[in-house]
Write a protein that binds this ligand. Structure first.
Ligand code: FAD
Length: 288
């Protein structure tokens, strides 16, 4: 239960952090809130020789809005996401989802960047970012590149991030005013990871769905953007037949593990149930 030995670095700029990562390659790991990495180190499932603490880099904090895109610094904590007036006004689903993560102590330290870079299928933010069609800004020795959340996740703990890169910010397009939203998460107890969870963003024109986006959490090795389900729902009136076809399409892309959260078949069905609940709540909120 005691981590292996490591050298601790505390850079004060992104360039300095990237230089340390580039110097040490696979032997170095960024440290953000530490609420995923430190437990892994204690269990000796991770044993980095160099820890690069991002806590001293002011440029990784804060939020700004430009041309309907909100850019959130990687070191923004889950607590700050919950309390942000900008997000409450423009992207309330981010605050709603953050509130369902772990407990207040973890949310004070856990960061958006750490949550999305981690690659743990149990993390809630990656599926939400896929639902919102967000992009991640990755900064390395040769500068910045952007990767869509929908293209970032390759397998459990494998992502498009190179060892010498930092995830420096998340860019989220703001859905139209009056959009409906909901994140529904089934968990065994407060503070638990999801048995299954679903994010829905939609816009309505009268009783017809104009746009719809659905994503699922913790029912496969990666978060899942439910493209077919989203397409089926778009243009519908959310009638029972379309919903059941969309739920079947979403369930079909799941591949959960059977574990302490339940057998695979149960978790797949719960993904469908979470999606239906999220859809109903999002539709109720649209234009409200
Ligand atoms: C008891 C408990 C319950 C939890 N429940 C939930 C839950 O329900 N839902 C949920 O989503 N999370 C949950 N978490 C995880 C928590 O939200 C973590 O804080 C989060 O997953 C990781 O963020 P962090 O800032 O702590 O990152 P760290 O632990 O510091 O880092 C995580 C990983 O990402 C890498 N990394 C971190 N920041 C960057 C960066 N900027 N660029 C590149 N790589 C980076 C690190 O090297 C490491 O590999 C729980 C944690 C605990 C301990």
């Amino acid at each position: 239960m005691i981590p292996g030995e490591f050298t601790y670095h505390r850079p004060s700029s992104v360039a300095e952090a990237v230089a340390i990562l580039a110097n040490h390659g696979d032997e170095a790991r960024p440290l953000s809130g530490g609420h995923s990495l430190i437990p892994m180190m204690k269990l000796r499932m991770a044993a980095p020789e160099h820890l690069v603490d991002l806590g001293g880099i002011a440029a990784l904090k804060g939020m700004s809005e430009d041309e309907n895109v909100i850019t959130i610094g990687a070191m923004t904590t889950q607590h700050e996401l919950i309390n942000s007036e900008l997000l409450s006004a423009k992207l309330p689903i981010i605050s709603e989802t953050s509130l369902l993560i772990a407990d207040p102590q973890i949310r004070y330290m856990g960061t958006l960047g750490g949550n999305v870079a981690n690659g743990d299928p149990g993390n809630d933010m990656p599926g939400l970012m896929q639902c919102l069609d967000a992009s991640y800004v990755l900064t390395g020795p040769d500068g910045e590149r952007e990767v869509k959340a929908r293209d970032f996740y390759e397998a459990a703990y494998f992502t498009a991030l190179a060892p010498e890169e930092l995830l420096s910010a998340v860019k989220v397009p703001v859905p139209p005013a009056g959009h409906g939203y909901a994140y529904e998460k089934l968990k065994r107890k407060v503070g638990d990871y999801a048995t299954a969870a679903a994010a829905v963003i939609l816009t309505m024109s009268g009783t017809t769905v104009e746009t719809c986006s659905v994503a699922l959490t913790n029912v496969a090795d990666t978060p899942l953007y439910a493209a077919d389900a989203s397409r089926l729902l778009t243009g519908s009136t959310l009638d029972a037949d379309t919903i059941s076809r969309a739920v079947a399409a979403a369930e079909a892309i799941t591949d959960p593990a059977s574990d302490g959260r339940g057998p695979a078949e149960y978790r797949t069905k719960m993904a469908g149930v979470m999606m239906q609940r999220a859809l109903a709540r999002a539709a109720e909120r649209a234009n409200a």
